[in-house]
Every structure is written in C-alpha cells, then in structure tokens.
Design a binder for this molecule. Structure first.
Ligand code: SF4
Length: 372
C-alpha cells in the first residue's frame, strides 16, 4: 500500500539535484522513489524538467530500499544519472552516477511520552547486567540471568540507551541525544557497518551498530518494520517515538513472541520436507548467491533437493506454483519474516533452514537474518 507523504514538511533537496543536472548538462535523468512517494513523483519530474533541459523518466517498478538500484535498466534506457530518493548509499556499486537524496522530515516530537518506557526498559537492562556478576551455578541459571527477548544468552556490559532512527529523522539524533541525556540517560548513537551510511541508521536488514554496552533502544521513526527487525536482531527492549504523530509506544514482548512462535511453526513444518526452492534476489544489494549455494549443499548433505530460483521481485504469484515443499529465502530477509502468511508454502530464512536440518539449535536463541 502506498502511503503518501506531507510534501511541504519534507526536504527533497531538488535544488541540489537541479544544480547537478545543469552542471553536467544531463539530457535524460531517471528518478527512483520509494512506494510512499510515487504519487508525488510526477510533480517533482515536472519541476526538474521546467528548471533544466533534461527529460526525466520515473522508474515505476516497486522500490523498497537502496538495495534495489535500477542502474542497468536505466542505462539501457539511456539515462545519464539516477536520482534515488528516500534511502542512502549502501556498500554496492550502482555502476552509474547516482544521486542519493535522504528526504528528511522537519517534525521534532516531544520526548515526554516515551520516558516511562525508557525508564522501565533501563530497569530491565540493569537487572540483566547486574545478573552477570558472580558465578553462574548451572546452565539453567545462566539462561535465567542473561536471556534476552529472543532467547539468547547474551550478557550486557553496560545499560546505555541506543538512539537510532530511520533515514528521514536521522538529522534529529544529535539534538535528541542531548534531550535524553538531560532526562538522565546515558545515550549512545550506534555506528554500524559498511551497509549503513550514517551513525544511528538502521535498515530492515541491518542493525550492525548493536554491541553489549547498549542495554535498550529508542527508535525515532514510524511503523513497526524497523522495530521488529531491531528487536529480533538485538533481543533488547525498544521504545518508539514517531516524529510524524508524536506518539510513543514499545515493541512488546508479546508481539516478538508471536513472531517467534510463527517462525518456530514454519521450521517444524519444514523439517520432514524433501524439496526446497532456494530464492536468490537479483537486486544488487540483495544478491546472496554464495549463501544460496551453501544452503543447497547443506540440503544435499541431508539427502534433500534444493532448486535455485533467481528473481528480482518475490511474490506468491511468482513462486507458489513450483513443485517444492518449502522456500528458503536469501533475498531481502524481511520477505520471510513479514510476508510469510502470503505464501501457500513455508518460507524460511537460511538460519531457520539450518535449525530445520538440525545443524543449529532453536534453544540457543533466534538469529535474525542480517545482510552485511
Ligand atoms: S534488503 Fe530488504 S530490508 Fe534490506 S534495504 Fe533492501 S528492502 Fe530494505
């Protein structure tokens, strides 16, 4: 579903784009925008065409991230530059000049509504950290003491508040670090790996800034997409503050447990199956061919069949008809996590396949499928 944005309160940095187009005298420029901006894209194309001598082509295929760069298609069309909105550059080479525009939102919410969640979460972090002092007398006691929200034994070394956000709100982080520090929290803005461009940035498939000094998180952004991934990956309590509405809430344990029960059910129903379709995403930032080949070898080792299916967009109508029992998804990790119910057959992640094959133990805690 396309959600429209309040254009007046977002900065699309069109003047910079227009200046770059003029400077290079580009004649054909491609525009790639996320689904929420598709409706407004025509207005932007009009503005660019009025202010420059370039013609603008909209890449009208779905776009959900910077993993999905349309360089090859737009090169075929003859575009000299791709303007990619709403995401930041990843550690992939687009193969042609690409102008990334993060699209920032000017709203800045009050922090008061989120403080009760943060106080409660800090208590959880403090008790997890204090429990790690002193000897552990039994395996069961160890589990009790250190276990996080996804069932992993992961001792903390500090109880800092990790301040993260989605790209539209990252410019708020330095100011909000001050706000939360004034409210008495020890705040850190985590710096992740090469897939992320900015401190405090999170993607649906990458939370690599996490470390044992962070005891709990505050996410500036809207929707559950990033919060679900962040908790599945870190196992830590997470409060959310939405700059669009000013509302605060938390990603509850019950929600995460429901997701884990669903994942466990899908793993169980994959265990006795013999024919697996292994999906390879052909978008540049999702392509994990080696992982897919590794999963195929694992299946063969267990006397099962794995069929490699490469595709750009993954959807039930494109794969449900194949005569396989289960799909193992190596494309965007969120397809298996968020869309599993749309598919007629179980859709599992590579880690979940390893659990189904008995090579990894569910009891050791859930492992989120992250792309680095
Ligand atoms: S792989 Fe998925 S979660 Fe990661 S950036 Fe792309 S669309 Fe987002």
């Amino acid at each position: 579903m396309a959600v429209t944005m309040d254009l007046d309160r977002h900065d699309f940095e069109l003047d910079d784009l227009v200046a770059r187009i003029k400077e290079n005298d580009h004649r054909l420029v491609a525009l790639q925008v996320p689904e929420g901006l598709k409706m407004q894209a025509l207005e932007m194309m009009d503005k660019i065409e009025t202010e420059t001598s370039a013609r603008v082509v909209l890449s009208a295929d779905p776009c959900y991230g910077a993993c999905d760069l349309v360089h090859d298609k737009m090169q075929n069309i003859g575009a000299e530059l791709v303007a990619h909105m709403g995401h930041s550059q990843m550690n992939i080479d687009s193969g042609m000049p690409t102008h990334f525009i993060p699209v920032t939102y000017d709203g800045s919410p009050e922090i008061a509504p989120v403080l009760p969640y943060l106080h409660a979460h800090r208590e959880i972090a403090i008790s997890r950290m204090n429990d790690s002092s002193g000897p552990v007398l039994s395996e069961l006691e160890g589990l009790d003491r250190f276990e996080d929200m996804v069932g992993r034994v992961a001792p903390l070394t500090d109880t800092k508040l990790g301040l993260v956000g989605s790209i539209q709100h990252l410019h708020l982080l330095p100011t909000f670090k001050d706000h939360f520090e004034q409210a008495g929290f020890d705040v850190t803005i985590p710096i992740g790996g090469a897939r992320l461009s900015f401190p405090g940035q999170v993607l649906g498939c990458n939370y690599s800034g996490d470390d044992p000094t962070v005891g709990h998180y505050i996410f500036l952004g809207s929707g559950d997409f990033h919060p679900i991934g962040l908790v599945l990956h870190t196992g830590k309590p997470l409060a959310m503050l939405d700059p669009y509405t000013g509302e605060a809430k938390e990603m509850g344990k019950d929600r995460i447990e429901r997701i884990l029960r669903q994942r466990s059910g899908l793993i169980m129903s994959s265990m006795d199956k013999d024919r697996f379709g292994i999906l390879i995403g052909s978008k540049p930032g999702q392509m994990r061919r080696n992982l897919a080949l590794r999963m195929k070898r694992k299946l063969e080792k267990h006397g099962k069949k794995g069929f490699l299916l490469a595709m750009e967009h993954v959807g039930p109508e494109l794969i449900d008809f194949y005569p396989v029992d289960v799909f193992v998804n190596t494309a965007c990790p969120r397809i298996a996590i968020d869309d599993a119910v749309k598919y007629a057959k179980p859709m599992i992640t590579p880690y979940e396949l390893e659990v189904a094959l008995g090579e990894k133990k569910w009891e050791n805690g859930y492992r989120f499928d992250q792309i680095h």
